[in-house]
Ligand binder design. Structure first.
Ligand SMILES: Nc1ncnc2c1ncn2[C@@H]1O[C@H](COP(=O)(O)OP(=O)(O)OP(=O)(O)O)[C@@H](O)[C@H]1O
Ligand SMILES: [Mg+2]
Length: 462
């Protein structure tokens, strides 16, 4: 089964042009839009989708109700490769959560040594992510680090680990493990809450950002897709394919297809270097009826699994030609991400208001909810222990330190039937008003035949 993400009336923001196409068909026509559109609607009621965590809404799973706003940062050190020697190792894990390089120690939530396993990463990041998702929180994981440091290995595992005969391989990466766990927990929850008619539905999309252009990895003929934003759907990619998934088999097919479409190329450090940022998204929706009150509840959560392209020193990796252009774009986009993280960290630490430059790059614009917004965020910072990577490792650890300082604002995305009824009632009132306005026609129109904004505002009060 497949669907395309909704083509809701929208605002094209990224292209600079503010084409307001919000649902204004409820309102009388207006003259040429002013440069800055002020919504003629009355102040919106509190967004039920952003309902604060309600403990009673968490079914019977109080463990999942723990909401903390901190960013979880783990560092994973890859083993030395064939070109590196034991004596080159300059990074040491000091304790379970600290690492030292050249006598300087950095502390995070957890540090994985060269012998850390895919299962370890899953236990640290994947297991809580699935529980948060079922509780209704959005969750994002970013893999960050220099080229060849193990991001793609950590997020997906080697490509052959996705083949059916290898599904139980211990090489399997975080993403397939998360999806496998998700399906198994969904089954458990549906059985446990059968009385409340709990039902889940999942759909996935997979895109890459290559040279600042978005391509659909599930349908690579869809290139240069545009980011849109509207009140109802938030930020989304127009025409991005979304596929419903019910089993692990559905997911592995998507992953194999998407990963085979992703741009890779050889650098001198990594024979299969990712030349794009990839974003795998799974949207999980559930509905159930409250035990005590019988009111229907709908929850939506979004999981973003992001494998970034790696930073590289062009001199070190010997990039040339197309590789050099890609490398320039990758480094620019990573430095925009770094800049945004710095600002978010500063805002969290000082409480000072600052402009947050989400629109500097497609990556940050698309994932703005994950960065300082409504999502729980985990960063996996991949490093190499080798002397030859020293300056990149320092810069990754500094990035990780700043990321740790960010505070997100994750809330349970739940809406109740009562809210839906309330919104329906508001729409009904607006329709009535519109009909009345039309019926009153000329008496309310100004000299151009349009209704004045102030009249519309007054009239639409409810
Ligand atoms: N923890 C690990 N255990 C075993 N092999 C690893 C580990 N981490 C990375 N590798 C191996 O190191 C190589 C580079 O890893 P990977 O492709 O994941 O790097 P990357 O960070 O995604 O680099 P790029 O930014 O260039 O895409 C691969 O051959 C991968 O299998
Ligand atoms: Mg990679």
């Amino acid at each position: 089964m497949e669907s395309h993400s909704r083509l809701e009336p929208s605002q094209t923001i990224y292209d600079g042009e503010l084409q307001s196409q919000m649902d204004l068909n409820l309102l009388p026509p207006s003259p040429a839009p002013p440069s800055k559109i002020k919504s003629p609607l009355p102040p919106r009621p509190p967004n039920p989708l952003k309902r604060k965590l309600a403990v009673d809404a968490l079914l019977d799973n109080p463990a999942s109700a723990v909401s903390d706003s901190g960013v979880k940062v783990i560092v994973r050190m890859r083993p030395l490769n064939n070109e590196e020697e034991e004596g080159d190792m300059i990074v040491q894990k000091v304790t379970g959560d600290s690492v030292s390089i050249n006598g300087q120690t950095f502390t995070f939530d957890s540090v994985g040594n060269t012998d850390s396993t895919q299962l370890d990463v899953f236990q640290l990041i994947g297991v809580p992510l699935v529980e948060n998702c079922l509780a209704g929180f959005n969750s994002s994981v970013f893999a960050y680090g220099q080229t060849g440091s193990g991001k793609t290995y950590t997020m997906w595992g080697p490509a052959n680990a996705l083949l059916e005969e290898n599904l139980s391989s211990d090489q399997q990466g975080l993403t397939p493990r998360v999806l496998e766990r998700l399906f198994s927990r969904i089954n458990e929850e549906q059985i446990k809450h059968a009385e409340q008619q709990l039902k889940y539905q999942c759909r996935c999309s997979f895109l890459e950002i290559y040279n600042e252009q978005i391509t659909d990895l599930l349908d690579p003929s869809q290139r240069n897709l545009q980011i849109r934003e509207d009140v109802k759907s938030g930020v989304y990619v127009e025409n991005l394919r979304e596929e419903y998934v019910c089993t692990m088999k559905d997911v592995t097919q998507l992953l194999i297809k998407g990963l085979s479409n992703r741009r890779t190329g050889a650098t001198s450090i990594n024979a299969e270097s990712s030349r794009s940022h990839s974003v795998f998204t799974c949207i999980v929706e559930s509905r159930c009826k409250g035990k005590a009150d019988g009111i229907s509840r709908f929850k939506t959560s979004r999981i973003n699994l992001v494998d970034l392209a790696g930073s590289e020193r062009q001199k070190l990796t010997g990039a040339a030609g197309e590789r050099l252009k890609e490398a320039g774009n990758i480094n620019r986009s990573l430095s925009q991400l770094g800049n945004l993280i710095n600002i978010l960290a500063e805002v969290s630490q000082t409480g000072k208001q600052r402009h947050i430059p989400y629109r500097d790059s497609r990556l940050t614009f698309l994932l703005q909810d994950s960065l300082g917004g409504n999502a729980k965020l985990a960063m996996i910072c991949a490093i190499s222990p080798s002397q030859s990577c020293k300056s990149e490792t320092f810069s990754t650890l500094r990035f990780a330190q700043r990321a740790k300082a960010i505070k997100n604002k994750a809330v349970v995305n739940e809406v109740m039937q009562d809210d839906v009824n309330h919104l329906r009632e508001v729409i009904r009132q607006l329709r009535d008003e519109l009909h009345r306005m039309k019926a009153n026609g000329n008496t309310q129109a100004d000299s151009t035949g349009d209704y004045s904004a102030s009249w519309a505002r007054r009239s639409l009060k409810y």
